[in-house]
Design a binder for this molecule. Structure first.
Ligand SMILES: [Zn+2]
Length: 174
């Protein structure tokens, strides 16, 4: 099967992307930033799930990075190449690099890094410490699709709730 081609139906595709957004909401409810990701095989079966843990563990605990590490440790090269990551937000450069080094297949995201940067700007936040490069800039061989208009709105709402919590706490932490 050529790289990037899966047998997942459009319905299953949408379910997996929705699941990533649900995991982002779980992260928010646990006090972490709302990001969630699902690793699925070529048939659309879930292999592993992860959510952001930047406040509960440390600042490098992005779900996409966790899935890349899990895949490197648990799947052979062919299974990694056929696996797709469905994620609530486009990979940051750290996670895009980990995805590519692990030799994983396509990425499907609900909201883009460009959208997130626009939301952050509208909320008056400072620039992040890492350059907002796209996945294509960091990992040009990875097949990427997104954003999803409807789910991007849901992700925007989750990030809005996170920001409200951070400003209510007044110390930069939720
Ligand atoms: Zn990341």
């Amino acid at each position: 099967m050529p790289r990037g081609v899966t047998t997942v139906t459009p319905e299953r595709h949408q379910q997996l992307l929705q699941r990533a957004v649900d995991l982002a909401e779980q992260a928010l409810e646990a006090g972490d930033e709302p990001f969630g990701s699902v690793l699925a095989d070529a048939q659309g079966h879930v292999l592993c799930e992860a959510r952001n843990r930047i406040n509960s563990v440390d600042a490098t605990q992005h779900p996409e990075f966790e899935l890349a590490r899990w895949a490197a440790q648990h799947l052979d090269a062919e299974a990694r190449r056929e696996a797709t990551v469905f994620t609530s937000g486009e990979h940051c450069p750290m996670c895009a690099a980990a995805h590519a080094w692990a030799g994983l297949g396509p990425i499907v995201y609900a909201s883009s890094s460009k959208q997130l940067a626009g939301w952050h700007k509208a909320w008056g936040l400072e620039n992040p410490p890492v350059a907002p490069l796209t996945i294509e800039q960091v990992a040009p061989q990875v097949h990427v699709s997104g954003p999803d208009e409807k789910l991007a709105r849901a992700v925007h709402e989750l990030h809005g709730r996170y920001r409200e919590r951070v400003s209510a706490a007044g110390n930069g932490e939720p």
